[in-house]
Design a protein around this ligand. Structure first.
Ligand code: 5RP
Length: 222
């Protein structure tokens, strides 16, 4: 099976985690493209959605699924999103699609983060995938210099402006042995909007698409 088929399999399996009448938190990316397709088949059973990016909002509206402004809610039940990498503590690197800040906001507001991935995203140590950081444009030199001090190689992501009007740098060659500490350290640099490490707010349920079918992992069940 191709990775796209595995993403699709995981995305459809996520429908089992949607309570009728609920507000569904929707992430961003190719896996979420399949999730939105799946969600459209039960759109009359949910109340609506909140979205983590302008792109996902467009896709949701195209499918006739209601999208609400997040500011009208103080919490939601379930947030569905994928990841670029996830370790066995359910900590993730996210932001390959540049939507990390809004994704982190919805994830923080959600009772459950349901992560849907193809099997290639599971890793022992985070950092092989370049770590995205959304930053305020004027801080690029300062932040790049600070990232080099902690052993990373920062690279400006060309031609990308986030939905919040900022830029992204991708950090290569970081071996992230302590994701919680790294998340705190990078988030504390002035000019950083969000680092794409989801260690403090890790996933609760992981649905992995594999050639043998869906593997379901719950936090603390390793
Ligand atoms: C977007 C993200 C995505 O969840 C992550 O990049 C995985 O994407 P895909 O489903 O395309 O593999 O964090 O900002």
């Amino acid at each position: 099976m191709t990775l796209n088929q595995l993403k699709k399999q995981a995305a459809w399996a996520a429908l089992d985690y949607i309570p009728p009448g609920s507000i569904v938190g929707v992430g961003t990316g190719t896996t979420i493209f399949y999730f939105i397709e799946a969600l459209s088949t039960i759109k009359n059973l949910i109340y609506g959605t909140v979205s983590s990016s302008n792109h996902s909002t467009l896709l949701l509206k195209k499918q006739g699924i209601r999208v609400f402004n997040l500011k009208n809610f103080s919490s939601i039940t379930n947030y569905f999103d994928s990841a670029d990498e996830i370790n066995n503590r359910m900590q993730m690197i996210k932001g390959g699609g540049a939507a990390l800040t809004r994704e982190k906001i919805i994830a923080a507001m959600a009772k459950n983060f349901i992560c849907i991935i193809d099997k290639s995203k599971k890793v022992d140590i985070l950092g092989n995938f370049p770590l995205p950081i959304e930053i305020i444009p004027m801080a690029i030199s300062y932040i790049s210099q600070e990232i080099i001090k902690i052993g990373g190689k920062p690279k400006y992501r060309k031609n990308v402006i986030t939905d919040n009007g900022n830029i992204i740098i991708d950090v290569y060659d970081l071996c992230i042995e302590d994701p919680l500490l790294m998340e705190k350290k990078i988030n504390s640099l002035p000019g950083v909007v969000t680092v794409g490490l989801f260690a403090e707010r890790s996933a609760d349920i992981l649905l992995v698409g594999t050639p043998k079918g869906i593997k379901t992992i719950k936090k603390n069940n390793f």
